[in-house]
Design a protein around this ligand. Structure first.
Ligand SMILES: [Zn+2]
Length: 270
């Protein structure tokens, strides 16, 4: 499938046409909606689905906009950090392996890495599988610029990065085989709406993997969840809560990992 058959207007869900013209201010080509006429430019190889950028962001999301945060995100000080893994009960590499086991992407599958950040998981889906069509969507423009540059420098050309809002995904109905969302479900303002959008865009039988903050029953877990919810607006999920949310949205849920502050779950789209 061509990109313009998979990505749709996030406003009206209309079909998009692509224009391969060289525009101004770093823009190279664009998409426009055949129904409502909105133009979505491609800037530095990232598709701008939020022209004007009018979305409300929580404090945790704003933190991810900081250039300093972008530079440390993939480094040994953040997700690659050994101490971080102790709190989560698995290393980044182990989490990527688990995500792949949960979603078992086919060689020609269309894959969305939702809230892709610097593109760690998007690259893991794309690398070594040139027939796979991978999209990385995020609300942070600095993260996406880093992600696009990094993929280009590694010679990965089957991943496309999109600046968009998880609450209104720019994809056609039932166009995705696999979706993944690691480290962001606890930041969304309306989790049910995001899961509803995933249900709409994933094909029946498609797989969804998610890693999110876990609220364990022990005292330390409860204190951490309370303080992070209060100060950072990060929502910690209980196991039964996440299972119910996935089930209500139309996914058959399984919890694969819950340790420290971290939970990894999967859902098969019914
Ligand atoms: Zn439209």
């Amino acid at each position: 499938m061509k990109h313009s058959e998979i990505i749709h207007c996030p406003k009206c869900k209309g079909n998009l046409s692509s224009i391969d013209s060289q525009g101004s201010s770093g823009e190279s080509g664009s998409y426009f909606c055949q129904t409502c006429g909105i133009k979505y430019p491609v800037i530095d190889s990232v598709v701008e689905f939020l022209p004007g950028g009018m979305v409300t962001k929580g404090l945790g999301q704003k933190l991810m906009e900081s250039p300093r945060m972008v530079s440390i995100y993939e480094s040994k000080w953040w997700r690659g950090c050994k101490q971080f893994s102790w709190f989560m009960g698995l290393t980044l590499d182990e989490e990527i392996e688990l995500i792949k086991r949960i979603t078992y992407p086919g060689e020609k599958d269309t894959v969305l890495d939702l809230a892709c950040g610097t593109g760690i998981y998007a690259r893991a889906f794309a690398q070594g599988s040139p027939g796979r069509n991978v999209f990385g969507l995020d609300i942070s423009w600095p993260m996406l610029q880093y992600a696009a540059d990094k993929a280009r420098s590694m010679g990965i050309d089957n991943v496309r990065f999109l600046h968009g809002d998880a609450h209104s995904l720019p994809f056609a109905d039932e166009s995705l085989d696999v979706a993944n969302c690691c480290g962001a479900l606890h930041l969304f303002s309306d989790v049910r709406r995001v899961l509803g959008e995933l249900y709409r865009t994933i094909k029946p039988g498609g797989r969804f993997s998610v890693a999110a903050a876990w609220k364990s029953d022990n005292l330390w877990g409860r204190i951490k969840a309370y303080s992070d919810e209060k100060f950072w607006k990060i929502h910690y999920f209980r196991k039964d809560e996440l299972s119910s949310l996935l089930d209500e949205a139309g996914f058959t849920p399984t919890i694969y990992h819950a340790y420290g502050i971290w939970m990894v779950a999967g859902g098969v789209r019914r």
